[in-house]
Design a protein around this ligand. Structure first.
Ligand code: TRP
Ligand code: ZN
Ligand code: CA
Length: 448
């Protein structure tokens, strides 16, 4: 039996509070919202469209970093002249773009090291979103993929923030770390230099270390779920499959933040590990060869870069920064259509649906249609969930994931349903695609 209820919520009613970082991602056709344990609904605000980062500009920064290495003995390593020249180069660009820059000095192994911190003025100083990359190379080479790539990509993203005169809800801070190659020295120094109050204001740290590997994979760090989902949503939107990063968790500067409890995430295209044939099938490139054959070598030059990987990852960085900094807003309230009848989801079986009938509205559904899903399940990674519009169009809300062993799906997804007529029968379609674990649709609702 279908029992649809239709109730009006007072405009401006706050339905709930989002987690640390609200996923506010209305640009893709269907995007994951914020899951929170309490089962309340997190809502999102419309976000200014993230810019397409110019890979030409990113490569121009890399060429400048290569020239710096060439002019300074072939590297940009901690304690060498090429490192300080790299810092000065990045700082000058940011100063000219209106950032407030701070050069933080430390001493390691008898040499002075530097972190560069660049704050974009504005935003809520109690909610800071950071993005960082290590700027040092090893002494054996110029470090173009490791890590000119991340350094140049976040530089160009920062310059795009300035060009857009972006006004995020959160405060944005970019960082270029020293002496990562000697043991995450600069980022540890920075985290230790923050008071516990200032640390607690950092709501997320995004790390980019090696994002232009010449035989690339597309790896997303498996850390904070909201950050991870934001990157996955971006790559899903451009049709590029991703995998979880497994080439050494803790081997870059995000570990310094993670160790003090700050939510982290990031992207990586692979170092000395070998690309499998399955990976070559999905990503192209060469199976049986390292993702980066020049890792930590003198051949890590501007020739050691996949432009495609650098381009995709740079765009993903801007997408994540735009969306994760938008902040949490009070949901607008609206008309709620709900079905609370339980529907059993057969184990490894065909899809089941649950319907809600919408009538009496005019025009199309909103671009921020909220789909609240409450499914009880013993292994939610088994589940694929779609919203089906009255005309049969489907919007993917959630894919399956063999590694997501958590229980239950309690989430609100934001769907751009503006091309769909509002009136008619909407369905939630759920399929269990893997054996052993089972569950049922407890309830679901649409908020117009
Ligand atoms: N940070 C390492 C380096 O600079 C590279 C690396 C290896 C890495 N495994 C990683 C970076 C995993 C990020 C994630 O030499
Ligand atoms: Zn590195
Ligand atoms: Ca199952």
């Amino acid at each position: 039996m279908i029992r649809s209820v239709h109730r009006r919520l007072a405009t401006g009613t706050a339905i709930g509070i989002a987690g640390l970082l609200a996923a506010a991602v209305p640009t893709a056709a269907a995007t994951a919202g914020t899951t929170n344990g309490a089962g309340s609904t997190a809502s999102v605000a419309a976000v200014a469209a993230p810019p397409d980062i110019s890979v030409t500009n990113v490569k121009a920064h890399l060429t400048d970093l290569q020239s710096i290495a060439t002019a300074n003995g072939g590297n940009r390593a901690h304690g060498r002249s090429g490192y300080k020249a790299s810092i000065d180069f990045v700082k000058a660009k940011l100063d000219a773009a209106g950032f407030t820059t701070t050069l933080q000095q430390f001493t390691y192994f008898g040499s002075t090291g530097y972190n560069l911190i660049a704050d974009w003025p504005g935003g809520d100083s109690n909610q800071v979103l950071m993005a960082g990359s290590h700027l040092d190379s090893v002494s054996s080479g110029p470090g173009m993929n490791d890590n000119g790539s991340g350094s140049a990509a976040i530089l160009e993203t920062a310059l795009a923030v300035s060009r857009a005169q972006f006004t995020p809800e959160k405060h944005l801070r970019f960082a270029w770390w020293g002496a990562e190659e000697l043991g995450l020295v600069g980022s540890k120094y920075y985290v230790n230099s923050l008071s516990s109050t200032d640390r607690s204001k950092v709501k997320g740290y995004l790390n980019f270390d090696m994002i232009g590997s010449p035989n690339p994979g597309y790896f997303v760090y498996d850390d904070d779920p909201t950050i991870e989902q934001t990157f996955k949503t971006y790559f899903a939107g451009i049709g590029v499959p991703t995998e979880i990063e497994t080439e050494g968790d803790g081997r870059s500067d995000h570990a310094s933040f993670k160790n003090v409890g700050i939510p982290v995430g990031g992207l990586f295209t692979g170092a000395s590990n070998t690309k499998s044939s399955a990976q070559a099938t999905k990503w192209g490139g060469t199976a049986g060869q390292a993702f980066d054959r020049c890792y930590h070598s003198s051949c890590d030059t501007t020739s050691n870069i996949s432009d495609t990987a650098l381009d995709r990852n740079s765009d993903a960085i801007a997408y994540a920064i735009w969306n994760l900094s938008a902040g949490t807003t009070v949901p607008p309230g609206g008309d709620v259509y709900e079905n609370t009848t339980d529907v059993t989801i057969p184990d490894y079986g065909s899809a089941v649906t649950s319907s809600v009938a919408v009538s009496g509205r005019t025009g199309n559904a909103p671009s921020t249609l909220q789909v609240g899903v409450n499914i009880k399940h013993t292994w939610r990674g088994d589940l694929v969930i779609d919203l089906v519009a009255p005309d049969g169009s489907t919007y993917r809300l959630k894919n399956s994931s063999g590694s997501d062993s958590a229980d239950d799906v309690v989430a609100t997804y934001t769907v751009n349903a503006s091309s769909e007529a509002a009136n008619g029968t909407w369905q939630l379609k759920v399929q269990d695609v893997a054996r052993y674990d089972t569950g049922y649709i407890d309830s679901w609702k649409l908020t117009f």
